[in-house]
Ligand binder design. Structure first.
Ligand SMILES: Cc1cc2nc3c(=O)[nH]c(=O)nc-3n(C[C@H](O)[C@H](O)[C@H](O)COP(=O)(O)OP(=O)(O)OC[C@H]3O[C@@H](n4cnc5c(N)ncnc54)[C@H](O)[C@@H]3O)c2cc1C
Length: 574
């Protein structure tokens, strides 16, 4: 195990094959670069993109000609509570339109009207119907279209490497020159050399006890960038979806999704049978923004009025206008009709989207030369909250610009030296020698701390508790044991993931401690209000020999100042 068996070379190494990674690879290849495209699972199946439900927001204006990139820009900035990077949002809103037509060309099966125009749905947070879709399978269809395009027979300059777990980036004199990975099947080390590396590794939902993200969403991309010296930004920001099954166990974390159903009138009850949202929002009841609903559900459970399996009841038996979704989303209708109309479920908020991440500029460049990031592992577009349907076009837009920039600016191709590979080998081998608790147990513990004390509702007290627990856990992680079953590689990879997650947990906690206000997804009971005078700032985290160093930078408002908008964030519904 951990013998070096392969050395691969290309102009651009793309790590991740979801929406962002595939789009980056296609663009770089079209601009003439040779591309190595890697994922830690099966190509086309790994990652969260396949799970994406319905909407893809782009202001093509087919459902409402009054929509425009400028309207999408304002919606996105206001919903993100003015924390987003407005230059990035501008790129996103314009390029999103181009990505729709690219996808059309790749054979994406958008739902269209009889005269060939895109059908577009409205969602909470949007002033115009903007979400293109394919029933509830938009993510799956999009991933399929991208896979087909990557594999197009005339495209010969993309080499796909599946089942390769990248554990480390390699730098020479501060420039990223490649990466080292572990072959998931054989346990051997693989060395990859490239002029540029694009991280498209998705989010870190698996760090939290309940999540609807794919099981591989363990955040190594963010962790690798941090270890290579890149800035992380707004790592305190994490979005939760209010209602996911907590029981039965097999469905735990899976969101009860369709926003349409919320608008139609689902109801929530605590264990005592009270429709608790009525007490806090007599007018709106359950129809409040996602972050507010998530908080109320979390508090209802934390204050002891939860159900047997730690949720609240979601009652679907009395939806007054259920047939209204039949025309727009027949598949939703069929599925929902089968059991939603007759049942109630135990639900709790689920971790849904990583808002913070690797700091990038308008070309997807990180703060480390040679290293780019795109998609959910990168941060800056959504600020403190994300509108439903804005994630996939963000992946596509920044995958595209990063791929193009990397291809057009060929850097030096420096060989990955053997001593760099040896360092990775020693670090990973050390993880095999522990006699402490198994890696999976350490991870379970970490996920509990993060969900309970660093999740939807935080306070100085809960964060201090988490800080102490994570320090102890990092200590524990140094001697964790990697079980040989079901295979030695399996245990080893869980240990590498756990080590990375434990380090990121510290960054998240410290960033949340620093932000002494509440804004969007970051809610602190000891600072319940937004503080625009002090906190229209991004939190930047860097790695130092002593741990994490934090700084804050003021948000720039080149296009829209907070006092200039007439939009009210509270009006942005689910
Ligand atoms: C249930 C659900 C529904 C959603 N619905 C919508 C929606 O309707 N509209 C919308 O816009 N957004 C939606 N989202 C969000 C959206 O799906 C994601 O933000 C997006 O798919 C992320 O894509 P990505 O390319 O950044 O990463 P992913 O698709 O997660 O891909 C990550 C890739 O990185 C690879 N990888 C990770 N780590 C490593 C490593 N160490 N070594 C090698 N490879 C690695 C993985 O194998 C994978 O290929 C939804 C999310 C969820 C969870």
């Amino acid at each position: 195990m951990l013998e070096q068996t392969r050395r691969l070379q290309g102009d651009v190494l793309v790590i991740g094959t979801g929406a962002a990674g595939c789009r980056a690879a296609i663009e770089a290849s079209e601009y003439g670069a040779s591309v190595i495209l890697v994922c830690k699972g099966v190509f086309g199946k790994s990652g969260t993109t396949n799970l994406a439900g319905v909407v893809y927001d782009a202001a093509v204006g087919h459902a409402d000609p009054a929509d425009s990139p400028a309207t999408q820009f304002e919606d996105t900035v206001v919903y993100g509570r003015f924390l987003g990077n407005q230059d990035l949002v501008r790129v996103f809103t314009f390029e999103a339109i181009k990505t729709v037509y690219d996808l059309d060309r790749y054979g994406m099966e958008w739902w269209k009207t009889e005269d060939g125009r895109f059908r577009q749905l409205t969602s909470p947070g949007l002033r115009r119907p903007r979400g293109l879709y394919n029933d509830e399978e938009t993510g799956k269809k999009l991933q399929q279209a991208l896979v087909r395009e990557v594999l197009r027979p005339t495209r010969r300059n993309i080499e796909i490497v599946e089942d390769l777990f990248i554990s480390d980036l390699v730098t020479v004199d501060g420039r990223v020159t490649g990466a080292v990975g572990i072959d998931i099947k054989s346990g051997d080390l693989v060395v990859l050399e490239a002029r540029h590396v694009i991280l498209a590794t998705g989010g870190l939902g698996m760090m939290f006890g309940i999540t609807d993200m794919e099981a591989g969403s363990t955040g190594e991309g963010i962790s690798m960038a941090f270890r290579a010296g890149a800035d992380l930004i707004d790592m305190e920001m994490h979005q939760f979806f209010p209602t996911a099954f907590v029981y039965p166990e097999s469905l735990r974390g899976i969101a009860v999704h369709s926003s349409a159903l919320w608008v139609l009138g689902l109801k929530l009850y605590n264990a005592q049978g009270e429709r608790f949202m009525e007490q806090y929002f007599p007018e709106e009841k359950e129809n409040v923004p996602r972050d507010i609903l998530s908080r109320r559900i979390f508090l209802e459970i934390a204050e002891g009025r939860g159900t047997e399996h730690g949720g609240v009841w979601l009652d679907t038996r009395d939806i007054p206008n259920f047939d209204a979704i039949r025309k727009e989303r027949p598949r939703t209708y069929l599925w929902k009709e089968r059991f939603l109309k007759t049942e109630r479920f135990e639900v709790a908020p689920t971790y849904h989207y990583t808002l913070g991440g690797i700091r990038i500029d308008v070309w997807g460049r990180t703060t480390v030369p040679g290293l780019y990031a795109a998609g959910e592992c990168a941060s800056g577009v959504h600020g403190a909250n994300r509108i439903a349907g804005n994630a996939l076009p963000d992946c596509m837009a920044f995958g595209m610009v990063a791929g193009r920039h990397a291809a057009l600016h060929p850097g030096p191709r420096l060989p990955v030296r053997n001593d760099s590979v040896d360092r990775v080998r020693s670090r990973v081998l050390a993880l095999l020698e522990g006699d402490g608790p198994p890696a999976q147990e350490v991870t379970r513990h970490l996920r509990g701390i993060m969900y309970r004390d660093v999740g939807i509702v935080r306070s100085g007290e809960s964060l201090q508790r988490a800080r102490a627990a994570i320090r102890a856990l990092r200590h524990e992680a140094q001697r964790m044991h990697t079980p040989a079953a079901p295979s030695p590689t399996f245990g080893l990879l869980r240990a590498v993931e756990t080590e990375a997650m434990a380090e990121l947990a510290e960054v998240i906690v410290e960033s949340a401690v620093l932000r002494t206000e509440s804004r969007g997804a970051h809610y602190r009971t000891d600072y319940p209000e937004a503080d625009n005078a002090r906190w229209l700032r991004n939190v930047v985290a860097r790695r130092t020999p002593d741990g994490v160093a934090l700084d804050t930078i003021p948000v720039a408002f080149p296009y829209l100042r907070p006092e200039e908008t007439t939009l009210d964030v509270r009006s942005a519904r689910l």
